[in-house]
Design a protein around this ligand. Structure first.
Ligand code: ADP
Ligand code: ZN
Length: 199
């Protein structure tokens, strides 16, 4: 039976640091280019750890990207004939991008967003929970826990400074599994204690 596939969708690639999100995003970008599609790659301007104008993986794989400081700037660069829009480090993009992404996907554009689903406290990160809820396809990747070697779904911050955003060198972070991950104030445990004390 012939199934007509309509184009336009949102794909989200998430997971902790070192799980291969950038590698996977670059792989999908390269395949879309092989398929002769018009691809535009964007990344938030704040993330300039490796290259201001490229998506770069920890394994040194790269693809050129336009660094944008906000949604307005992204829209200014967006070409009307673009068929694939790739977004790296999507957790740092602002909320006003969400209706734009929806509109693009509805109008036939393939949007691929890679980003951290959790911050280093294990909490939902930026617009990622919304993107995950709205996605047609979700890929959740795991890294390797640097303590026990199990699959890691969390990012451990190795230096203690305040705030959710610490854009830093890779040595400021390491991948950890749920059991080896340490949070300064484990809200989950506290909640569980409160519940057991209250019962
Ligand atoms: P992400 O975008 O999710 O941070 P990258 O695509 O940049 O991940 O990097 C993935 C690469 O990082 C792996 O292919 C591997 O070479 C390297 N790497 C370093 N530390 C780890 C780790 N703890 N677990 C898995 N891969 C790691
Ligand atoms: Zn572990």
């Amino acid at each position: 039976m012939f199934v007509h596939q309509r184009q336009g969708s949102l794909e989200v690639i998430c997971g902790p640091m070192f799980s291969g999100k950038s590698e996977e995003l670059i792989r999908r970008i390269k395949r879309a280019i092989i398929a002769k599609q018009k691809v535009q790659v964007f990344k938030p301007a704040l993330d300039d750890r490796y290259d201001v104008s490229a998506v770069a993986s920890h394994s040194q794989r790269k693809h050129e990207a336009i660094a944008v400081k906000d949604t307005t700037e992204l829209l200014r660069h967006l070409d009307p004939d673009t068929q694939v829009v790739a977004l790296d480090e999507a957790q740092f993009l602002d909320e006003s991008l969400i209706p734009i992404i929806e509109d693009l996907a509805n109008r036939g554009v393939r949007v691929i967003a890679g980003g951290l689903d959790q911050d280093s406290n294990g909490e939902p990160f930026g617009i990622m929970p919304i993107l995950l809820a709205k996605a047609d396809y979700v890929t959740k990747l795991q890294a390797i826990c640097m303590v026990c070697g199990a699959l890691a779904s969390r990012t451990q911050r190795m230096v203690h400074t305040g705030g959710q955003v610490l854009v830093g060198a890779a040595e400021a972070y390491e991948a950890r599994c749920r059991h080896c991950h340490e949070v300064p104030h484990p809200t989950g445990d506290r909640l569980l204690e409160d519940l057991t004390q209250g019962s």
